[in-house]
Design a protein around this ligand. Sequence first.
Ligand SMILES: [Zn+2]
Ligand SMILES: [Zn+2]
Length: 646
Amino acid sequence: MSSITITLPDGSSQPVAAGTRPADIARSISPRLADAAIVAKVNGQLYDLKRPIEQDASVQILTAKDPAALEVYRHSTAHLLAAAVLELFPETKLGIGPPIENGFYYDFERATPFTPEDLEKIEAKMRELQAKDLPFDRVMTPKAEGLKKYGALGEKMKCELIEEKADDIFSEYTLGPKFTDFCRGPHVPSTSYLKAFKLLSIAGAYWKGDEKNHQMQRIYGTAFFSKKDLDEYLNKLEEAKKRDHRKLGKELDLFSIQDLAGPGLIFFHPKGGTVRKIIEDWMRDQYIARGYSLVYTPHVARSDLWKTSGHYNFYAENMFKRMELDDAEYQLKPMNCPFHILIYRDRPHSYRELPVRLGELGTVYRYERSGVMHGLLRVRGFTQDDAHIFCTPEQIEDEIVNCLQFAVDTLQTFGFSSYEAELSTWDKGASGKYDGSPDQWALAEGALAKAAARLNLKIKTMPDEAAFYGPKIDMKLVDAIGRLWQLSTIQFDFTLPRRFGLEYIAEDGKAHQPLMVHRALYGSLERFFGILLEHYAGAFPVWLAPVQAIVLPITDRQLDYARQVKERLVAAGVRAQLDDRSEKVNLKIRDAQLQKVPYMLVVGDREAQSGQVAVRHRKRGDLGAKPVEEFVADVQKLIETKDLSE
Ligand SMILES: [Zn+2]
Ligand SMILES: [Zn+2]
């Protein structure tokens, strides 16, 4: 038997017999490694543990610690799912079944839709097959033979995939008696490796993701190396479901989307409007305090403006359709930038006036396809806390420091103490898709990096991820259940100042082009509202809560006193309501609790006589009676300090 040389990651080499499998190599290193092995890498390519190695190669054994191993594990579970479906529903045709972030899916074609009960049956069948320790076996099939075989079976999708993707001889994987799929692999050696999985949902999908193609049924599932990890993930999903802003928005009467008006257009109801006003007021006050000027601009403009900005040609598919008005063509704005630029350009500027910082809560409209809209997170109309800074090269680093500090202060004010920052660069322009000169890029990227360093902000660099018109820093926050949300963006633009011919007169008396920075800290107010709602699970801290206190008279006898208490609170700037229904106080408490009102003020005869309220907190329960004035002072303090703990 001939011998080959394998090289291990530690650099050591050894001769082994040709046909040795990665699993044998793992065992020769240690029994523990053999037990922990999930898959291998041979010459950098993922490789089945039990597939023979025929030539000299570098070999690496991957265990659960390697993210690539988890993908193979999940993809293998997808095969197990398909094998179970074929056992139960043999007429089903198979689409594709890849791993995805947090799990896997498999697409099936079948006349009858799968029901939730089917999902349970399929999962039970998966467990049954899993317990049989079925091997994932790799079979090589010549392309022509494969096409003939699947053609005869009427497997059109498989033939299409083989036509497009298969080599002259391609690999298929079998699992159990019924399942064979055209697949590059690799997989785990057998089903006993698949220890913790769960099917999650059924959704519609189009073959190859194209709505012109036929519809398929997609089953989503997830898999983890241990039951503990799976349970943790399922708990998190459960928790996320409870916090779903669409559900909370309805339960707490905060906002709606109205069919009659159209999808992706948000209606803020009185309570949601109250929270939004607080969010807006905070931002406007900060603009003023930090040297921004507030502006207001229209929602539509002539197409000529969008031609000058470039959006007409390069952003057309994201814009609402054009409309005719007095022989001219108009369009709704997808961005505020060109408007702020027109204000800047309306008169000459000396370097002495720079930086010019123009801020607006500007509503924009973007076309999103009907299938992708999602509550407040993906909409067709939204308001950005949008500002544009025009400044000199000497000013740019301080300007970025101020922007970043502003972003961090925003996050912290609203209760996000954990966040990440990413710097997207042009990677020295190697990919050739960028506008602007190397000097401009160097200056801008340098300013972003130096500013982040001055604030001790840990920053991850994303090479070649910049927009074509300039580098940027994105801030992502981590919410109460550990999810990451993209929020603030600070973005350079070398293109628009040139397109609009922006200038300032510098110290040398000559006209120069100013640097321009776009920045939005909430991003979209709608989206930020949705994130806040999920972060707090609807229980906004007192200073943000739409109703901060509700007065609950025990009987109608205390109605007059209860009214006085409510009026006293309102006069003191506390958002208070009165529940004057003739209902039992326990029911009133329950309802206020469901509405997540921070304070319930119960008043009976004793409180009415002594000028007190019995205070109940939505989380801490009964806090005892106190004089109305004392309660007012306590709440005022929480509001003033924007306390996040109550
Ligand atoms: Zn596969
Ligand atoms: Zn902009």
